[in-house]
Design a protein around this ligand. Structure first.
Ligand SMILES: [Zn+2]
Length: 87
């Protein structure tokens, strides 16, 4: 997967940067507080009431770690991602 993403990014002239994913799914991308899980995909910050899907939260934290602006829609409009098994 990483090879393919890097390959496609290079074709488009986009840089690829590897980042340590530590804490990207456990810290709030807005205030840095600890996130609590609902036992499934949803994470919630007890400090600022941020709430979102864990994968989207991880992506927002990766952007924040790179100093990139965070998309307001992703921050304040929780996206629920449904994952379906094969079959
Ligand atoms: Zn927060």
């Amino acid at each position: 997967m990483q090879f393919y993403i890097e390959y496609k990014a290079k074709l488009e002239g986009l840089p690829v940067v590897y980042i340590n994913p530590k804490d990207t799914s456990s810290l709030c991308p807005i205030c840095g507080g600890r996130l609590a899980s609902n036992g499934y995909r949803l994470l919630k910050c007890e400090k600022c009431r941020y709430e979102n899907d864990r994968d989207i939260t991880a992506c927002l934290n990766l952007l924040r770690m790179r100093g990139a602006p965070l998309p307001p829609k992703a921050l304040y409009d929780p996206q629920i991602i449904e994952v379906r098994g094969k079959g």
